[in-house]
Design a protein around this ligand. Structure first.
Ligand code: SAM
Length: 275
């Protein structure tokens, strides 16, 4: 197939009812910053659009484009890549583009039609927005300085958001007449500790005192430095063992992936307070 004809075919497919998702890969030039582009039809505020996810070596970013813009972007990007795969409800199309822009194009029917369910693809509304620079996420290496989520940290970003959602559910049980006292046992690199502080203090404007406790001196010093740099005044980090930790009353205990018997020790403390 001629390249121009192929571009035309793909543009029609992209905006057809049957299109679900696609991948554009194999950059023509090694110097191409974008390694791969994933496309997905999604519904945002009752409108169907195409989401382009650009995967670079260490980062990724998204563009949500209405159909006409999406076709322009697809046309442009097809000049820079050599492999395309589109998935539709009833079939898949696959193309290999040669150095000289000759296209080997084929389609294959699915054994059974795939269900269209764009609510499935509906974009997740994270509490921490993906397109906003969060200084604590930059300091922790989850986001780059210009706010892109590092590819290797995408799962961590999702986990942090899910964790904040869970904390949201505990809101009715937290005191309103005094500072909320929170301990993170085995805080380690403290992604969740910082996220919790950011959420409660900077978003919810609550008065909190949070302490991260860990056996490891280096992580505690590192996290303490970041907390001071961010002016997170009511967040501090202490070296210590959960089993020796003494305090009169605590409202919330968090402990994630605490190794060995640390989870049991943390639960015992939490029950004792009762947090
Ligand atoms: C797998 S890391 C998890 C770190 C962090 N909570 C997270 O989810 O990213 C477990 C941490 O628990 C700490 N830890 C294990 N036993 C502990 C204890 N008895 N007292 C304090 N910290 C402990 C370790 O030093 C380590 O940093």
């Amino acid at each position: 197939m001629e390249f121009l004809e192929f571009v035309d075919v793909l543009n029609k497919q992209l905006t057809s009812d049957s299109f679900l998702a696609g991948t554009i890969s194999q950059p023509r030039l090694r110097s191409n910053e974008v390694q791969r582009i994933k496309l997905k039809k999604i519904e945002i505020q009752n409108e169907l659009i195409i989401q382009f996810e650009y995967q670079l070596e260490h980062t990724m970013y998204h563009k949500n484009l209405p159909f006409v813009e999406a076709q322009k972007e697809l046309t442009e990007q097809l000049n820079h890549f050599r492999q395309v795969h589109f998935d539709h409800t009833t079939y898949a199309s696959q193309a290999q583009i040669s150095k000289k822009f000759k296209v080997l194009y084929k389609t294959k029917d699915h054994p059974a039609p795939k269900e269209i369910n764009f609510t499935h693809n509906r974009q997740k509304q994270y509490i921490l927005k993906e397109d906003t620079i969060h200084p604590f996420l930059v300091e922790l290496g989850v986001q780059t300085k210009d706010g892109k989520i590092r590819a290797a940290k995408h799962a961590k970003f999702k986990q942090i958001n899910r964790f904040i959602e869970m904390v949201e559910d505990t809101f009715p049980h937290l005191p309103t007449d005094r500072p909320i006292r929170i301990i993170d046992f085995g805080s380690g690199k403290s992604y969740l500790t910082f996220a919790l502080y950011h959420y409660l203090v900077e978003i919810k404007k609550r008065d909190v005192r949070i302490t991260g406790l860990d056996l490891k001196k280096e992580v505690i010093e590192h996290c303490e430095n970041i907390a001071r740099k961010l002016n997170y005044e009511q967040l501090n980090f202490q070296i210590g063992d959960i089993s020796d930790y003494e305090e009169e009353a605590v409202d919330m205990v968090i402990t994630l992936h605490a190794c060995d018997v640390a989870t049991d020790l943390a639960l015992a403390r939490a029950v004792h307070w009762p947090a």
